[in-house]
Design a protein around this ligand. Structure first.
Ligand SMILES: [Zn+2]
Length: 301
């Protein structure tokens, strides 16, 4: 089995923006020596760095070097097998943007789990590949409702177009308000606003942003809501703290949010925390910070 390319990452190997991936159909066998015999000396386009070689349903990937990158075409001077048949499949996934590493990895893992390399013919019929897909698993800790949970949905939307991030995969870790409330039965709950979608059966619900008359209630909210409660009523409320940041720490990459952050994202100990109303731009920056923390050497090949 071919190792990672010299100087390239051993996993999550993805050609970058100017990917230079060509496709060739041949009658030759797809082992390295046959491929060398077939391609050495042949002219290839200036931009071509990799060739996806197909013979019937068999697929292999080679990296080629040329005499020069100056003329429009140049003779191939070296052939390196990146993935041979038996460890490489060709997938047609018309919805996958093959310029997005996370999308390539997701396609490979869902369609051919365990396969070392996948070539994907995707959106616009563009062809790219991934070798040794092993996405960074990012836990996204978020409150539910709403459905879909906002931060999880936003982060997925960012990953769907993230051309510069290594492959990443989101794992939901949801703080379910209904479960929280069930753990502390009460006649009346106070929640930050109607938009929170919180409506436990058999209980009254009040909304802090409406500044209702004070009642005996349990505040289902974050520290910021608690501060507002204190401002309104002169005392702190009995509280179920929903702030995802206040949950116990986990060991791996974590993306979460905190009520007390207003403008900036915070990255500490390989974990990223964004403000409650984070923009897609901030979430993109947070994911980039996690990638930097957990896969600092990853780069497209
Ligand atoms: Zn918080």
């Amino acid at each position: 089995m071919a190792a990672g390319l010299s100087g390239s990452p051993e996993r999550n190997l993805v050609p970058g923006k100017y990917r230079g991936v060509a496709v060739a159909h041949v009658d030759a066998k797809l082992d390295e020596s046959s491929l060398r015999r077939h391609f050495l000396g042949r002219e290839t386009y200036r931009r071509t760095r990799f060739i996806v070689v197909r013979n019937g349903d068999d697929t292999a990937i080679i990296r080629v070097r040329k005499q020069s990158n100056e003329p429009l075409f140049a003779a191939i001077t070296d052939v390196e097998l990146v993935a041979g048949t038996g460890e490489c499949v060709y997938l047609h996934c018309p919805d996958v943007d093959t310029g997005v590493p996370s999308a390539l990895a997701a396609a490979a893992i869902s369609r051919v789990p365990g396969m070392r390399a996948a070539v994907v013919q995707g959106r616009y019929e563009h062809v790219n590949f991934i070798v040794a897909p092993e996405p960074i698993r990012v836990t996204v800790r978020e409150v539910e409702p709403p459905l879909p949970p906002k931060l999880l949905d936003q982060a997925q939307r960012v990953l769907d177009v993230a051309e510069s991030l290594p492959p990443m995969e989101l794992v939901a870790d949801l703080v379910r308000l209904a479960d929280l409330a069930a753990s502390r039965p009460a006649d009346r709950y106070l929640v930050p606003c109607r938009g929170s979608g919180f409506d436990p059966p058999g209980a009254q619900t009040s909304y802090l942003d409406e500044r209702p008359p004070h009642e005996p209630w349990i505040l289902v909210g974050c520290e910021r809501s608690q501060q507002i409660h204190e401002w309104f009523y002169g005392e702190r409320a009995d509280q179920l703290d929903i702030c995802p940041r206040a949950r116990p720490a986990i060991a791996g990459p974590l993306l979460t949010k905190c009520c007390l952050l207003e403008n900036d994202i915070v990255v500490e100990a390989g974990q990223a925390i964004v403000p409650w109303g984070a923009s897609l731009e901030q979430i993109s920056a947070a994911l980039a910070a996690l990638a930097q923390a957990w896969e600092p050497t990853w780069a497209p090949v």
